[in-house]
Write a protein that binds this ligand. Structure first.
Ligand code: NDP
Length: 326
């Protein structure tokens, strides 16, 4: 028997999450059993611990969209007991049981070896949010980052914090958009050179084009903010659209695309091919300073997760939560 967060659907249709003991034979069938060491809290986890958000298909459910740990048993020749591994994506923690447990059983195709230079705790301090931030930076680089500040929206959140630290370490000026002015010092310590108040950039404008300001953008917010930012991009600059913390709509015009050659790049972390995953994790180990990663960490245990899940849905979690499941 081992501990897990189990989410159940009650008779009134509402969900409730608690730490429970489950047995290994309750784990779903798959090739690799992992002794999980650390997991984390992403926005999607907030949905899956709580109301489900249409992501969870069956209850009882074990959430946790990412984890790092040690292989305990494997029917796949790519992995053997003792190997350190990381998992993000593939709808684990949504349709498949996830990492909020001391053990997980998953497909070998979904795993990557723990990258050199990171331990399992650091890998989950990065987690899906940080992995996605790296994918966004790589996409911006592929399209060329212009001189001048790179905008990061939702900066004090998980994706935003890691994007800020990576971009700054790569030598870019970073303008961090936050709705929490009290996080200014934290964001400056991560490398932000400019703090932009959320309300400055959150409102819709009737002008499709404003001053050419940003040399690139990692956007975790979407909605009105993304629409506004498109009209503030420099000629030929790119926005990596990562998230929807501020809404799934996009009340924009096509004018920034047509008159300024602005690029809107979609970023998906869930179905990334294996080679891209390896490339992103290698870049994380190289380009994300570990002292800055440490500054983002908020430690937690399984019992903290129901509250943290509610917190991240309200935009109250700062940086990266690292959950020690043991
Ligand atoms: P967090 O909650 O940690 O960060 C989101 C941040 O967005 C908040 O901290 C807050 O930053 C800001 N924010 C929240 N609500 C609003 C609002 N109404 N208007 C404007 N800003 C707001 O979440 P994550 O960093 O884990 O994820 C960010 C987004 O990226 C989510 O939408 C998530 O679903 C998505 N995502 C997408 C992935 C993909 O594969 N495409 C992978 C991972 C995440 P501040 O307080 O600084 O303003």
């Amino acid at each position: 028997m081992f501990n897990a967060i189990v989410v159940e659907k009650n008779e009134d249709g509402k969900t409730s999450a608690s730490v429970q003991q489950i047995s290994e034979d309750q784990l779903p069938p798959a090739e690799v059993t992992v002794a999980v060491e650390y997991s984390t809290v992403n926005y999607k986890d907030g949905l899956c611990i709580g109301p489900g958000g249409g992501l969870v298909r069956q209850y009882p459910h074990v959430p946790g969209i990412d984890f790092a740990g040690t292989v305990e048993a494997s029917d796949d020749e790519r992995y053997k007991p003792g190997d350190k591994v990381v998992l993000t994506g593939w709808r684990v923690g949504e349709v498949h049981w996830g990492g909020y447990a001391q053990k997980a059983r998953v497909k070998a195709d979904w795993l990557v070896p723990l990258p050199d230079g990171l331990d399992t705790r650091q890998a989950m301090a990065v987690g899906t949010a940080g992995f996605t931030a790296m994918l966004a930076v790589m996409a911006l680089e592929d399209h060329g980052i212009k001189d001048g500040p790179v905008l990061v929206t939702g900066a004090a959140g998980g994706v935003g914090s890691v994007a800020t630290a990576i971009l700054s370490n790569l030598g870019h000026e970073v303008a961090a958009v936050t709705g929490r002015p009290e996080t200014s010092d934290y964001l400056k310590d991560l490398g932000a050179t400019q703090i932009v108040a959320r309300e400055e950039i959150n409102e819709t404008t009737k002008r499709p084009l404003e001053a050419e300001t940003w040399g690139g953008c990692v956007d975790a917010v979407g909605g009105d903010m993304l629409a506004r930012v498109l009209g503030q991009m420099q000629y030929g600059a790119s926005v990596a659209a990562v998230g929807l913390a501020g809404g799934a709509g996009l009340p924009a015009t096509v004018i920034p695309f047509l008159l300024r050659g602005v690029n809107l790049l979609g970023i998906d972390s869930v179905m990334q091919p294996y080679e891209n995953r390896l490339r992103a994790w290698e870049r994380i180990a190289k380009d994300l300073p570990m002292n800055k990663l440490e500054a983002m960490i908020q430690p937690a245990v399984l019992a903290d997760l129901p509250e943290l899940g509610r917190g991240i849905l309200k935009g109250q979690v700062k940086g990266r939560v690292v959950v020690d499941v043991n």
